[in-house]
Design a protein around this ligand. Structure first.
Ligand code: 16G
Length: 236
């Protein structure tokens, strides 16, 4: 089937971005592209606008159009502790302290959209990086969603277990981050002095069907952990 000039142009630009140019390289000018593909400047502009909306290129007034870096940086992805540590070049680990069935209670029940009397699996772990304690984590999952979870090995990545055993992928989360200080018990577990500063992160994570699957309360050592968040300004 014959391709229109516009399609040829679009394919060409796609290949350029994907295979031939590196992030922040400049694309050919509108005028050069219009000549090469024998299309109007307007057609070229529309093709570039579409690529800009897809965040595959960005434009700088007076300078041209450039290849955008990979759109989503690690830090705005919904990642697990294991992912976070590996991306920093550290070996993730866990010391399992508690794994039990308990009633949800009002707060966890509300977060997970279940009755306060419904069972949840509560997992408490000290999370380590290269063997050093980094974070104290309490995780709650609705028992009905993860039957048999307590029989699974819980010393690795919980998100891996959710995906592999239950086919649950967490696709989005709501999170609150605030400052706190560590009481004596938490400080001992994290191997820092009592009343050391820490970051308290509360997360409710939702699966593919937008069910709230996990409520987690993670307390990170303030001296070793920084929470990096990349912000992307929406396109107009
Ligand atoms: C992160 C999550 C926590 C999740 C854990 C799973 C935050 C604030 N919390 O620590 O909700 O349970 O990762 O990690 O990001 P894992 O798969 O390594 O067990």
């Amino acid at each position: 089937m014959a391709r229109t000039k516009r399609e040829l142009l679009q394919n060409h630009l796609g290949r350029l971005i994907e295979y031939e140019l590196a992030p922040h390289d400049r694309l050919p000018t509108e005028r050069d592209l219009a000549e090469e593909f024998a299309v109007s400047r307007m057609t070229v502009r529309q093709a570039l606008e579409r690529l800009e909306q897809e965040r595959r290129v960005y434009r700088v007034q007076g300078a041209g159009t450039f290849v955008a870096p990979p759109a989503i940086t690690k830090s705005i992805e919904l990642t697990s502790f294991s992912d976070d540590m590996r991306s920093r070049g550290l070996r993730p680990g866990s010391r399992l302290r508690v794994a039990e069935d308990i009633p949800a209670g009002a707060e966890i029940g509300f977060a997970l959209g279940i009755s306060p009397s419904a069972p949840v699996v509560h997992i408490e772990r000290v999370r380590t990086a290269d063997g050093e304690p980094m974070c104290l984590e309490h995780t709650y999952l609705a028992g009905a969603t993860v039957p048999g979870l307590l029989d699974e090995p819980l010393d690795g990545s919980l998100y891996d277990v959710l995906r592999e055993r239950y086919r649950i992928t967490l696709v989005r989360a709501e999170q609150t981050i605030r400052a706190t200080v560590l009481d004596q018990g938490a400080a001992d577990l994290l191997a820092v002095p009592a009343f050391s500063p820490a970051l308290l992160v509360e997360r409710t994570a939702f699966d593919q069907r937008d069910r709230p699957v996990e409520r987690a309360v993670s307390t990170y050592r303030g001296d070793r952990y920084s929470y990096q968040i990349a912000l992307v300004r929406p396109t107009a």
